[in-house]
Design a protein around this ligand. Structure first.
Ligand SMILES: Nc1ncnc2c1ncn2[C@@H]1O[C@H](COP(=O)(O)OP(=O)(O)OP(=O)(O)O)[C@@H](O)[C@H]1O
Length: 457
C-alpha cells in the first residue's frame, strides 16, 4: 500500500541508500534521499515528511553530537515527525540519547529488511492516527462542540467541583464572574452532567435585546398579538422544556421583565404574549452575570425575590489573572483549536518570549481575549511554527508612551523611554542579555551598564 506522504532517508553511505531506499520503494513508499546534513535540512524544510530515517554521523563533520543537535532541531521544528535513528553497531549510548531527545525508534546496522519495514509501517500508522486525532479535535472545536474545561488552578477547580456536585440536583445555579471567564461553558457543563443532558440547552443573552423583544423571545407570542407577529412563536422557555434555560447577563433584565420571569419560575407556567392560557414547562434555570447583584439589590435595580429564586447555588468563576498557572494550558488549548487556520493545519507553538509576554499581560477580557489573541497570533505567524511577541496585539499597544508619568525634563523622558525599551527587549528575549544587547544594537557591556543604572539587574 503506497504511503500518503514521502519518507526522507538520510545516510552518507550511497550503497545503504540504494539497497534500503529500493526496498522501501518496492514496498510502495515514496523515498527522498539526502547524503549530508545541509541537504537533509533543506529537503526536510521544503516538504512535509512524516517520517525520517536518520543516520546520526553525517558529513560534513561526521560528528555524533552535531547529529544529535540536528535531530533536536528537526523535532522542535516539527514535533509530529517520527524519526527512526539508524546507528552503527555498538553505538548504544548515542541511540539512547537520540530516543531521549524524542526519536521514535532506532535500528542498528546491519539493518534487517523485515524489521525495517515493520518499524516504518508502525511509525506511519502512528502518524496517521495522531493526525486524525488532531483533525477531529479541530472539527469538534469548529462545530462549537468543544466543551472541555481546561484548567488546573485551585480556584478554577473549586468552581468546577461545585458545578459537578450541583449538576445532579435540579437546583437553579447562578454563575458569576467577569466577562469572558467561561460562565456559559460552565453552565453547559452543569447541563451535560445533569439528568437533563438528553434535553435541550437553550442560551439567551438578556442584555442583547430590548425589553419587548426579550419578553416575546422568552415567553413566545401568539399570531396577531403585535404588528409583525405573523405566526405563533413558542419562546425559549418552551424550547427548553425538559432541559436547561441559560439566562446570560441576568443583571441586564428590566424590572418589569424580572416580575414576569419570577412568576414563570414560581409557577412553572409561562404566558406567551397575547395568549389567554398559560403553558406548563419543565425547565431548569441557570443564570449568569458579570454584575454585582448584591449591589443591585441595595440600589433597588434587581428584585430581591427573583435574586433568591435564581441564586440556588452560586458559582464564582475567577478572572484569568487569579488563575495565572492555567495560562499556558489555556493558550495551548486555544492554539490547538485554531490549528485549522495554519497553512499546514498544525497548531502553532509559543516561543519563550511570547509566553512571557502572555504572563505579563493583565487579561481584562479574560479567556475570550486569550482565545482571540491566540487566533490572531496564529494567523500572523503564517508559516512560522513559533509565535513571537510581535504577533501579540498588546505588545504593540504597550509600546513606550511618549512621556512617562512624573517625567518632566527632556532628559527624564528620554531615560524613561530608554528604560521601557530595555525592559521590553529583555522580555522579548526571555531575559537573555546577549540577545537583548544585539536586538537593541548595544554591546553586552553597554547593556549591563544600563541595567545597573536603571536598577534592572
Ligand atoms: N475552562 C475553559 N477551558 C477552555 N475554554 C474555555 C474555558 N472557559 C471558557 N472557555 C472559552 O472561552 C471563551 C469565553 O467563554 P464564555 O463565553 O463561556 O465566557 P462568559 O463568561 O460566558 O462570557 P460573557 O460574560 O461575555 O458572556 C469561549 O470560547 C469558551 O469556550
Amino acid at each position: 500500500m503506497p504511503a500518503p506522504h514521502p519518507l526522507l532517508l538520510v545516510d552518507d553511505d550511497a550503497a545503504f541508500r540504494k539497497v534500503y531506499g529500493g526496498l522501501l520503494r518496492e514496498a510502495g513508499y515514496e523515498v527522498v534521499e539526502a547524503a549530508d546534513r545541509p541537504s537533509a535540512r533543506a529537503t526536510f524544510e521544503a516538504r512535509d515528511f512524516p517520517l525520517v530515517l536518520l543516520d546520526l554521523m553525517l558529513p560534513p563533520d561526521g560528528s555524533v553530537s552535531a547529529g544529535l543537535e540536528g535531530l533536536a532541531a528537526l523535532l522542535s521544528a516539527r514535533p509530529g515527525t517520527k524519526v527512526i535513528v539508524i546507528s552503527g553497531a555498538g553505538d548504544t549510548r548515542h541511540t539512547l540519547e537520540a530516543v531521549r531527545l524524542g526519536a521514535y525508534d532506532f535500528l542498528t546496522k546491519p539493518v534487517d529488511p523485515d524489521v525495517l519495514l515493520v518499524v516504518v509501517q508502525r511509525a506511519l500508522a502512528r502518524v496517521t492516527l495522531e493526525r486524525q486525532v488532531e483533525s477531529l479535535r479541530t472539527s469538534l472545536a469548529r462545530a462549537g462542540g468543544d466543551t472541555a474545561l481546561v484548567g488546573q488552578s485551585p480556584p478554577f477547580l473549586n468552581a468546577v467541583s461545585l458545578a459537578e456536585r450541583v449538576a445532579a440536583s435540579d437546583l437553579p445555579v447562578l454563575v458569576t464572574g467577569e466577562n469572558g471567564t467561561g460562565k456559559e461553558l460552565l453552565a453547559r457543563t452543569v447541563h451535560l452532567k445533569s439528568r437533563r443532558h438528553g434535553g435541550p440547552f437553550v442560551p439567551i443573552n438578556c442584555g442583547a435585546l430590548p425589553e419587548s423583544l426579550l419578553e416575546s423571545a422568552l415567553f413566545g407570542h401568539v399570531k396577531g398579538s403585535f404588528t409583525g407577529a405573523t405566526k405563533d412563536h413558542r419562546g425559549l422557555f418552551a424550547e427548553a422544556d425538559g432541559g436547561t434555560l441559560f439566562l446570560d447577563e441576568l443583571g441586564d433584565m428590566t424590572p418589569s421583565l424580572q416580575v414576569k420571569v419570577l412568576r414563570a419560575l414560581e409557577t412553572g407556567d409561562i404566558l406567551p404574549v397575547g395568549a389567554d392560557l398559560p403553558v406548563k414547562v419543565d425547565v431548569r434555570l441557570i443564570s449568569a452575570t458579570h454584575q454585582d447583584l448584591g449591589r443591585m439589590l441595595q440600589e433597588g435595580t434587581f428584585r430581591e425575590d427573583l435574586y433568591w429564586r435564581v441564586k440556588g447555588v452560586e458559582i464564582r468563576l475567577p478572572p484569568l489573572r487569579e488563575r495565572a498557572s492555567d495560562l499556558p494550558l489555556l493558550a495551548k488549548h486555544f492554539l490547538n483549536q485554531c490549528a485549522h487556520l495554519c497553512p499546514d493545519g498544525r497548531a502553532r507553538l509559543l516561543s519563550d518570549a511570547a509566553a512571557e509576554a502572555l504572563a505579563a499581560h493583565a487579561w481584562p477580557g479574560n479567556l475570550r481575549e486569550l482565545r482571540h489573541e491566540m487566533q490572531r497570533a496564529t494567523v500572523l505567524a503564517g508559516e512560522r511554527r513559533e509565535i513571537q511577541p510581535e504577533d501579540l496585539s498588546f505588545t504593540g499597544s504597550e509600546r513606550p508612551r511618549a512621556s512617562a508619568p512624573g517625567a518632566t525634563t527632556l532628559a527624564q523622558k528620554v531615560e524613561a523611554l530608554e528604560r521601557r525599551e530595555i525592559e521590553e527587549a529583555l522580555k522579548r528575549c526571555g531575559g537573555n542579555r546577549t540577545h537583548t544587547a544585539e536586538a537593541l544594537g548595544l554591546s553586552r557591556q553597554g547593556l549591563l551598564k544600563k541595567l545597573e543604572r536603571f536598577g534592572l539587574t
